[in-house]
Design a protein around this ligand. Structure first.
Ligand SMILES: Nc1ncnc2c1ncn2[C@@H]1O[C@H](COP(=O)(O)OP(=O)(O)OP(=O)(O)O)[C@@H](O)[C@H]1O
Ligand SMILES: [Mg+2]
Length: 247
């Protein structure tokens, strides 16, 4: 039964880059308590493209922000395993250590691009690369490479105001990828884009994340984007209510 033995090896737990167990998070607003996450558990495989769907307020951003180390749960575990005995339990990190973890390992793309308007596309990307320890020649080289990868190799000197929405989002993607993050967290990347540009954007996220070796978690409302994911989880009231696998 050599075949099934191989199967067992390839499904070993070291394939999981992220393990999330029983996350709970509540926010208090005055006298009311909002339960944003109500016991969410999931595994994320290395190289996977996971899509998180669900209605507004269902806890999608809260969940992905915890995976990316932006926010901390009230209880539960987020374990990140980069291989070679390099396991990090985000819950156990101090705020300073968490910032370091994010800076070195996680790229973020949000709905509203969040580019710095007074810096060019190239400078916006360089700034992100400067946050990790790289030589300045390497920063320049990587900036050019990643902007070329998103199809903006000729727009390094353009300011955000001179770029279309789709182009700005591609700069935001380049900025996230310039440090070659192990994890790429993308929250509603197409919210500001028309349908065609939105689909192109997600295809680009898919291809460039493969090129730069990132595992992706993407939040979207748009059912038509589901096909770009390897797996889709559906949240409702802070719980996973459905999971769809591409086979
Ligand atoms: N910092 C906060 N303070 C108070 N309540 C919060 C905070 N962040 C999130 N919430 C609440 O937690 C719940 C889940 O919010 P979350 O942003 O995760 O939802 P979402 O699924 O991302 O929604 P959307 O699709 O609108 O972005 C909501 O009821 C929200 O109001
Ligand atoms: Mg959200």
């Amino acid at each position: 039964m050599a075949h099934s033995f191989e199967g067992m090896i390839s499904l070993g737990s070291d394939e999981n880059i992220v393990v999330v167990q029983e996350l709970h998070k509540a926010y208090s607003l005055g006298n009311t308590v909002v339960r944003a996450l109500n016991g969410v558990s999931l595994n994320l495989k290395r190289g996977e493209f996971l899509i998180v769907m669900g209605p507004s307020g269902s806890g999608k951003s809260t969940l992905v922000n915890m995976i990316g180390g932006i926010d901390k749960p009230d209880s539960g575990l987020v374990r990140v395993d980069f291989g070679e005995n390099h396991v990090i339990r985000l819950n156990e990190l101090s705020p300073k250590e968490l910032t370091r973890f994010r800076r070195q390992n996680v790229g973020f793309v949000f709905q509203f691009y969040s580019l710095i308007p007074t810096l060019t596309a190239g400078e916006n990307v360089e700034l992100a690369a400067e946050l990790i320890d790289l030589r300045s020649s390497e920063i320049k080289e990587r900036t050019r490479e990643v902007l070329e990868a998103v199809g903006l190799g000729d727009r390094l000197d353009s300011f955000p105001s001179q770029l279309s929405g789709g182009e700005r989002q591609r700069v935001a993607l380049a900025r996230a990828l310039v440090k070659r993050p192990k994890l790429l967290i993308v929250d509603e990347p197409t919210g500001q884009l028309d349908e065609k540009t939105g689909h192109e954007m997600v295809q680009l996220i898919r291809s460039t994340s493969e090129q730069f070796g990132s595992t992706v978690v993407m939040v979207t409302h748009d059912v038509s984007l589901k096909k770009y994911g390897d797996r889709v989880i559906h949240l409702s009231s802070g719980q996973i209510i459905k999971e769809e696998n591409k086979t």
